[in-house]
Design a protein around this ligand. Structure first.
Ligand code: FNR
Length: 389
């Protein structure tokens, strides 16, 4: 924060990406092509759930404390037995190559630089191995769009493990893509012609099966291979709770189920030996009309928070939002759209500004609210009001 103020006030150097979260989407709209912009800014249906996500943040209000010493302020957290410098994680976002030519490798390298764990999406325009190389010594998690074919699943798990991905995030809410008007109106499905299929196209098991079944290589029939890959991961049918045993058997690190919104599903995750859940409605991109993600967080934390790690996403835009989610019991928070807006506007540089800005804003907001450590975040510091001003 001091650096940003210092540069602007003292040297007149302004950030290339706006620091005003309400202006960010506008700036992205002016900068990104219409298809890329619609893909990131769009949601399911009439975007009611996207609105609910923000409304929930507006209705939950912090109640700051005064004259508390901030000596030794420390925002580090422990997740799955490992120390993280702060509770901010890059959410898995697919098809990053359409936002900027720096693609996933660029964003993964920025995440290493600023110390934010990078969650790689299965729907990437880079391979698992490329992302790992770019992320270097950074912390990285792998998000699984769960293939129908166990052999393919196993291959992805092995590749992710061999490439140093520590946590497996299985996304449950997107076994099929929702009705997303902004994409449909532009006839834009970013997965056609292999875009967003690089994880599959670089997979030896998927390639071999495809060649056996069709007699073509992936390169000779990109459209067919795209269809086959999408059929595996994004246009299929939901897996069952029992199917988790296969993944559990072949992944010895922590497993997080992403897309949990119902208390009973959270309890089931616990019952099935899962390490963590991400309370999320996919940023309002799946079930339009689903409840604002923050509104279900407290009840889920009450039900399972003492026994498993509860993460949160959907609607986080500022540092204060992170504080709110922590006060409602999340252990860490995944941030999505804002970083992608910055990334789309100015590649690595833009993503860096957004991530550093969020971290600075979070640090500052904790201090000003009188909260010295993440452990001090609690429900006495937050209250829900009806008006959303
Ligand atoms: C996503 N999200 C997502 N989630 C996931 O598990 N795998 C994926 O590939 C993607 N892809 C993706 C693309 C785009 C453009 C967006 C905006 C989102 C969902 C993401 O991880 C997270 O849940 C949401 O971004 C949270 O909502 P907000 O806070 O970004 O609005």
């Amino acid at each position: 924060q001091t650096e940003i103020y210092g540069k602007g006030a003292l040297a007149g150097i302004l950030p290339s990406v706006t620091t005003d979260p309400r202006q960010l989407e506008e700036q992205a709209k002016r900068t990104l092509g219409v298809r890329a912009f619609n893909y990131v800014a769009g949601g399911a249906g009439e975007k009611a759930t996207m609105d609910s996500n923000r409304l929930a943040f507006r209705q939950w209000k912090l109640i700051p404390r005064m004259m508390r010493s901030m000596d030794g302020q420390d925002v580090s957290v422990e997740l799955f037995g490992k120390k993280y410098d702060h509770p901010l994680i890059m959410a898995p976002i697919g098809v990053q190559g359409i936002f900027h030519e720096d693609r996933e490798t660029g964003l993964a390298s920025v995440c290493e630089e600023v110390g934010v764990p990078y969650t790689m999406s299965t729907a990437a325009t880079s391979t698992i191995e490329e992302v790992a190389a770019a992320n270097g010594d950074g912390k990285r998690w792998f998000q699984l769009y769960w293939p129908q074919d166990n052999d393919v699943t196993l291959s992805l798990l092995n590749r992710a493990k061999a490439s140093g991905f520590e946590v497996l995030v299985i996304t449950l809410d997107t076994w099929s893509l929702a009705w997303r008007p902004a994409d449909l109106d532009n006839a834009y499905v970013p997965f056609i012609k292999g875009v967003g299929c690089q994880v599959g196209f670089s997979d030896p098991v998927f390639r071999e099966k495809f060649e056996k079944e069709t007699g073509s290589t992936v390169e000779d029939d990109v459209l067919g291979a795209s269809r086959a890959w999408i059929g595996q991961v994004l246009s299929s049918s939901p897996h069952s709770w029992e199917d988790l045993a296969f993944v559990r058997k072949h992944w010895d690190g922590p497993i997080v189920l992403k897309g949990i919104q119902h208390v009973d599903d959270a309890k089931k995750a616990l019952e099935y030996g899962i390490d963590g859940i991400a309370v999320s409605n996919h940023g309002g991109r799946q079930v339009d009309g689903a409840i604002g993600s923050l509104d279900v967080l407290p009840e889920i934390v009450d039900a399972v928070g003492h026994k498993m790690t509860v993460l949160f996403d959907s609607g986080v835009r500022t540092g204060v939002d992170v504080v709110k989610a922590l006060c409602l019991g999340a252990k860490a928070v995944l941030v999505g759209r804002p970083v992608i807006y910055g990334f789309g506007i100015d590649g690595r540089n833009g993503a860096r500004q957004i991530l550093q800005g969020l971290l600075a804003d979070f640090w500052q907001s904790m201090g000003l609210a009188g909260i010295r450590t993440v452990g001090e975040c609690n429900r006495q510091l937050i209250r829900k009001v009806q008006h959303a001003g």
